[in-house]
Design a protein around this ligand. Structure first.
Ligand SMILES: [Cu+2]
Length: 137
């Protein structure tokens, strides 16, 4: 009996894992979310943070009513104010994901510290942009 229960628990666990497969992104943690007048920009990753060095993340664009927002182009750039130096600029490479309004991104930071992030898009409802700060640890 003990063994049957254990097998049943294992089956549920394996099946649950299989079902959760394509939804792995649901486990992503929010790095930062920013609302504008007509959109919400959310950055997510497995760790929920950006760190020094290469980073993989997901950018989600939704309209203010919470529906995925399709955009022709989306760009993400970052800037860091450096005392006595020109600001450090880093841009992300973004690629459309399977889901609407969702993009997978890569960005690399040579050092830690707060970044001023600008996300710009050209969507069905027109152009928009959001600016916010994200710490790089
Ligand atoms: Cu810097």
């Amino acid at each position: 009996m003990q063994r049957v229960i254990r097998a049943a628990v294992l089956a549920v666990w394996v099946l649950g894992g299989a079902l959760a497969g394509p939804g792995v992104a649901a486990e992503f943690k929010v790095i930062q979310s920013q609302k504008t007048r007509d959109a919400v920009v959310t950055l997510k990753s497995e760790s929920g943070r950006w760190v020094q060095g290469p980073n993989s993340f997901v950018l989600e664009l939704t309209s203010s009513d919470g529906k995925p927002m399709e955009a022709r182009t989306v760009t993400l750039s970052t800037s860091m104010a450096m005392p006595g130096m020109a600001p450090m600029i880093a841009g992300a490479t973004l690629a459309p994901d399977k889901a609407a309004g969702r993009y997978t991104g890569k960005i690399s930071f040579p050092d830690s510290g707060a970044r001023q992030v600008t996300v710009s898009w050209d969507g069905a409802a027109g152009k928009g942009s959001a600016r916010f700060s994200v710490p790089v640890r």
